[in-house]
Design a protein around this ligand. Structure first.
Ligand code: ACO
Length: 383
């Protein structure tokens, strides 16, 4: 018999397991608090920009005006991607999942970066700046190519959010649209040790290169229990159809023990603060456009879910309202998860840089529950 370790020590899903220290993001799940560098997410959303939050996360401190201007200029100067990559993206199968396309494109991009194998802190930071800038160009190009439209080159005179919407939709967004998208990016930029950030760190802990870390993270974000949930919320809204059918739809799903997308969170056992900010903007847009069906359906779903399973700590998460905001900006649901990545790239890069400062190889363990004292049987002797 092999020695069997204590089964009660298993932390399934690594819930509550502390594996490192971080100065970037604090979350209090029971009270619905989220801060970056100690500053509440609501203040970042109201007063800052995605560019500023990205730099603050990368460097672990609020930048000065001069530092921010330099970083902003670096982002603008690094938006273009290699022609070869544009050709590749244009040739991707039209039915390929956009996250698969993003994963492939970022991996391909790494082949053209002469610094890609440099794992020093300086190189990791420089690559991060390029990745933050180029994610926007890559994701817009993937969407345009999939839709059979011409790929649009980036413009240096627009903000990060404004330029992305321009490259995606083919026309310059209004300042209000660009700001709304900027806020959505801020809300998704970082969220502590979520599955994709943890995956990026796990890869970096082997002293692997930045592109490998980010490609791993994209794979983790792709799943419906993580970044894929916002797309699934829109699928649900289309299934519901009209607001009067929402309560019965949710009740039936809950009776059948099915999961409702966009609600529940491993950490938040109360309202995810990001969902509150997005709800306010979704309401504002819906009011302006004349109360969209989607917003009214979501309001009913939220009420039904909170009444039925709020006592289990199940409340709307960030994905619940983000889809309607994106949809109001003219973005199709297939691109919601890549847009999540467009924001989270900052958190991934910042977390890899922070962890690499005091790296330790991640290597957890499992309790062995398999057979013991066996011997190899020849194929011919097996039934
Ligand atoms: N709909 C209905 N019931 C739910 C939901 C849901 N979305 N989420 C959890 N529950 C129920 C569970 O069935 C369980 O009920 P039980 O105690 O009667 O068995 C109870 O609430 C506790 O749920 P757990 O599964 O233990 O919660 P966990 O922390 O593992 O799940 C998760 C978190 C995976 C996010 C889950 O809530 C879920 O699948 N949500 C839907 C997908 C989603 O929106 N993901 C996005 C997360 S946020 C992000 O990644 C940005």
């Amino acid at each position: 018999m092999y020695p069997v370790s204590n089964m009660t020590n298993i932390a399934k899903g690594l819930e509550g397991v502390l594996f490192t220290e971080s100065k970037l993001t604090f979350i209090n799940g029971s009270e619905g608090i989220l801060t970056h560098l100690g500053i509440p997410i609501q203040e970042w959303a109201e007063k800052s920009t995605f560019e500023e939050l990205s730099l603050a996360l990368l460097d672990g401190e609020l930048p000065t005006a001069e530092e921010l201007a330099k970083f902003d200029a670096q982002l603008r100067a690094n938006r273009a991607i290699p022609d070869k990559l544009i050709e590749e993206i244009a040739s991707f199968p039209k039915n390929a999942n956009p996250m698969q396309a993003l994963r492939t494109a970022v991996s391909y991009l790494g082949l053209f970066d002469p610094q890609s194998e440099d794992v020093s802190q300086e190189a990791r930071r420089e690559i991060s700046i390029r990745l933050i800038a180029q994610f926007a160009t890559i994701i817009a190009a993937i969407a345009r190519a999939r839709e059979g439209q011409e790929i649009i080159a980036p413009r240096a005179d627009l903000t990060h959010a404004g330029n992305f919407l321009y490259m995606l939709n083919g026309k310059e967004p209004s300042p209000e649209q660009a700001r709304l998208f900027d806020i959505a990016l801020i809300l998704h930029a970082d969220h502590g040790m979520n599955a994709s950030t943890f995956t990026a760190i796990a890869t970096s802990s082997t002293i692997s290169d930045m592109y490998s870390c980010i490609v791993s993270a994209i794979g983790a974000l792709k799943g419906p229990l993580h970044g894929g949930a916002n797309e699934q919320v829109m699928v649900m809204l289309d299934e519901v159809g009209t607001p009067d059918k929402a309560e019965a739809y949710i009740t039936k799903k809950l009776d059948n023990k099915e999961k409702i997308m966009g609600v529940g969170h491993r950490v938040y056992k109360y309202f995810d603060p990001r969902s509150r900010v997005l709800r306010d903007y979704a309401a504002m847009v819906a009011d302006k456009e004349g109360k969209s069906n989607y917003y009214q359906i979501l309001e009913t779903i939220e009420k039904t879910v909170v009444d039925r399973i709020g006592s289990k700590g199940i409340y709307p998460n960030v994905d619940f309202y983000s889809g309607t905001v994106y949809s109001d900006l003219g973005i199709k649901k297939e691109y919601f998860t890549p847009i999540f990545a467009l924001a989270r790239i900052s958190g991934w890069c910042a977390s890899v840089i922070e962890y690499s400062k005091d790296n330790r190889l991640l290597r957890p363990d499992a309790v062995y529950t398999g057979l013991t004292d066996q011997h190899y049987k020849d194929l011919k002797d097996r039934q």
